[in-house]
Design a protein around this ligand. Sequence first.
Ligand code: 3EB
Length: 329
Amino acid sequence: MVEGRESRRVESGPVRAPHVSYRMDDATSLLAEPGTLAVFGFDDRAAGSADPRLLRVPLETFDTSAPCELWQVDGPVEHGRDGALRWSIGGGWLFAALELDERAHGGPAGAARVAYAQLRDFIRGHEQQQVLRIWNYQGAINRGEGDAERYKLFCDGRAEGCGDWFAAGYPAATAIGHHGDPHLLQVYLLASARTGTAVENPRQTSAWRYPRQYGRTSPGFARAMRLPAEDALAISGTAAVVGHASAHEGDTVAQLDEILLNLEALLASAGMPAGFDTHAPLKAYIRHPIDAPRVRAKLQQRLPGVPVLLLHGDVCRSELLVELDGWRY
Ligand code: 3EB
């Protein structure tokens, strides 16, 4: 029965990308909308709800009234908690988030190891085993010297906790320093039952091949991920890294120009048309608050109409002053 087989294939085929948007509504009403997989509040916007789909991201915004970020999927959404881990599943997608206090895990490496091991254990029990995108927010990310810099310890622990989890290919990722509780490590991810397609950037050395000078453990992430239905590109944290070197030390605007070149090259490498549009939200992580107006002005000029959330965050190399990540539909 060719027909029956055909329709089964369609039913289990790739699912539509989550719809990601910035919304001024309060978190409670966004959680009540159909298909809400996750809601992210910045500053204090996520306070006061016990819903596991609501995450407070410890990054301050540079806007006087900050939106929430909303992830919506087709179909009903289940949610719950598993120890410290909170999760939701719907529309073929899985969201999971963990917040750990490093002091309970022997520091940054231990916390990263435990976070990734717990996420892996949780994912193992579910149909949605393909992790396509991960965000990491670490306190005081650049504190410490050389191999003892906290970000590098995080990279060590992440690799240990992952083991061979990503042996078939790394997800797209972001790792940014936050200015909240310095002991808080927050990790959240998006997974599906289907594999995506990792995309690398010809202008940049793949992160897992970075030379020794950047740390004992190369960071494991892909520059971007095409989602299974090929209807969206999840773009990793993108900084002014050319080859493996940091460019334009001390010049935020020149770094931002370099990032825009990196993003153009990445879109071309993904086989997508140039440019961003008003449906594809981006985030800009800015190290020094004094740079926020300059970054905002440049992005308004270069990416008019594109929703960009400006956040106070530290890039994982101390000489890097700004980083962008986000989506392209
Ligand atoms: C870079 O290009 C900038 O450790 O997961 C970007 C995205 C960066 C993800 C990570 C690090 C990570 O190397 C840093």
